[in-house]
Design a protein around this ligand. Structure first.
Ligand code: PLP
Length: 437
């Protein structure tokens, strides 16, 4: 049996997958990757429009990051978080170099979920309050508090943590607020948030936790004024603002952090994914001077054996330095503004099955509808055809509900984007025909 078939057979026999009924899976066997491409065991190449789980920002197999991990493995592959390790301090410094003003320290975690878990813990201890307000259209990770802070379907079977309250955030295309302009949407979403905090009792609310740009929920770029309004509400009631930049951070939106686009000042920022493009599992919380001061004399009641793991730290230092030296974030901004954004807007104009295209940098969603007037989302059958059509054309996509998330690595080239747009054009032509039937 060839390696590809063995890979799938072993997977189906022994590997238990995330978020799935195990019996119905047909995974693609990925053998290797470089830059924005991956390939299977037969050498068939795919343009990775998914960046896997929207985390491979620097592209696959970046030689400097691979070398840094190898070098660190030969020197000190593991060390207790209690010790000082040069590579850990350097990794914290690299993250803070791009953090907003007023940020003091970094607490490293194993990934994004436990980054949110620990940010929530810090907010609760710092404020002496309990509740966390987050949005229904969100994903914050798969651990105790993070999955209950999550708004999407994944919260529902996991609702064991307490102290979580949900609100609707802005989504102009499918407004919950009968808004007719993005400004109105922003104002009404802020008003709704404030009313919920008042109704819950502001003295019980520790934090507002938001994805700066909700990602899996549909790349919901916040309308102008929303984040500034949220900051004002947080200040009015002494509530901390925690921004989840796990998916949106480290170049994805064409800025180091998505919050840079709106100049909003958070109290805590969570990150993972793009910080080292997932070469070694890692995440963290960036802590403001004020919150850090709380824990100068007071014990922080949290920790992890692998907090600041040396292999992860070496990969962060190398990934951030490579992104700085190679202009990776600038590339994401330029590609988004000049090639990918305009290209997707053209597809939206030409294809009746496209309801809306939205995004920035290399962070885009194409929302498919059966009817532009009613905005009725297409169903699973249509999305299955989208997946197959893209795969046949050598494209790996990140599909969620009725949306194609076009989220290639930040290093994607113009030529690769043109190839992706051609493939999308062909697939959308097929879907237009289905909708007309
Ligand atoms: N927060 C956001 C915004 C995410 O998109 C994700 C993962 O997709 C997480 C948190 C959880 O990160 P992890 O899977 O590394 O725990």
């Amino acid at each position: 049996m060839d390696e590809g078939a063995t890979s799938v057979e072993l997977d189906r026999a022994h590997v238990f997958h995330s978020w799935s009924a195990q019996g119905s899976l047909t995974p693609l066997a990925v053998a290797g990757g470089r830059g924005s491409e991956v390939w299977d065991h037969d050498g068939r190449r795919y343009l990775d429009l998914s960046s896997q789980l929207v985390n491979v920002n620097i592209g696959h197999c970046h030689p400097a990051v691979v070398a840094a991990i190898q070098e660190q493995a030969a020197v000190l592959p593991t060390v207790s978080p209690a010790h000082a390790a040069l590579v850990r301090g350097r990794a914290a410094q690299a993250v803070l170099r791009h953090a907003p003003p007023g940020m003091a320290k970094v607490f490293f975690t194993n990934g994004g979920a436990d980054a949110n878990e620990n940010a929530i813990r810090m907010a609760r201890v710092h404020t002496g309050r309990d509740k966390v307000v987050s949005t229904y259209r969100s994903y914050h990770g798969n651990t105790g508090a993070a999955v209950v802070a999550t708004g999407d379907w994944r919260r529902v079977p996991n609702e064991y943590a307490r102290g979580h309250v949900h609100v609707f955030g802005p989504y102009p295309y499918r407004s919950e607020f009968w808004a007719s302009t993005p400004q109105e949407e922003a104002e009404r979403a802020v008003h709704h948030l404030e009313r919920v905090i008042q109704a819950e009792g502001p003295e019980s609310v520790a934090a507002i936790l938001l994805e700066t740009v909700p990602g899996t929920a549909g790349v919901l770029v916040p309308p102008p004024g929303y984040l500034a309004g949220v900051r004002e509400v947080a200040d009015r009631y002494g509530v901390l603002l925690v921004l989840d930049e796990v998916m949106a951070g480290f170049g994805r939106t064409g800025a180091w952090f998505a919050l840079d686009h709106w100049g909003v000042r958070p109290d805590l920022v969570t990150f993972a994914k793009g910080v080292n493009s997932g070469y070694v599992p890692v995440g963290g919380v960036i802590v403001s001077e004020e919150v850090a001061a709380t824990f100068e004399d007071r014990v922080f009641p949290g920790g992890l054996t692998y907090s600041g793991h040396p292999l992860a730290m070496a990969s962060i230092v190398a990934a951030v330095e490579a992104m700085e030296q190679e202009g990776v974030v600038l590339n994401a901004a330029r590609v988004g503004a000049d090639v990918l954004g305009p290209g997707l807007a053209r597809l939206a104009a030409e294809h009746p099955c496209v309801g809306e295209v939205r995004g920035l940098g290399v962070f885009w969603a194409v929302e498919l509808v059966t009817d532009r007037a009613t905005r009725e989302p297409v169903g699973a059958g249509v999305m299955g055809r989208v997946r197959t059509g893209l795969l046949e054309r050598g494209m790996l996509a990140f599909l969620v509900e009725n949306r194609i998330h076009v989220v290639p690595p930040c290093v994607v080239t113009d030529a690769e984007v043109h190839r992706a747009l051609e493939a999308l054009d062909a697939v959308l032509t097929d879907i237009d025909a289905t909708i007309d039937e």
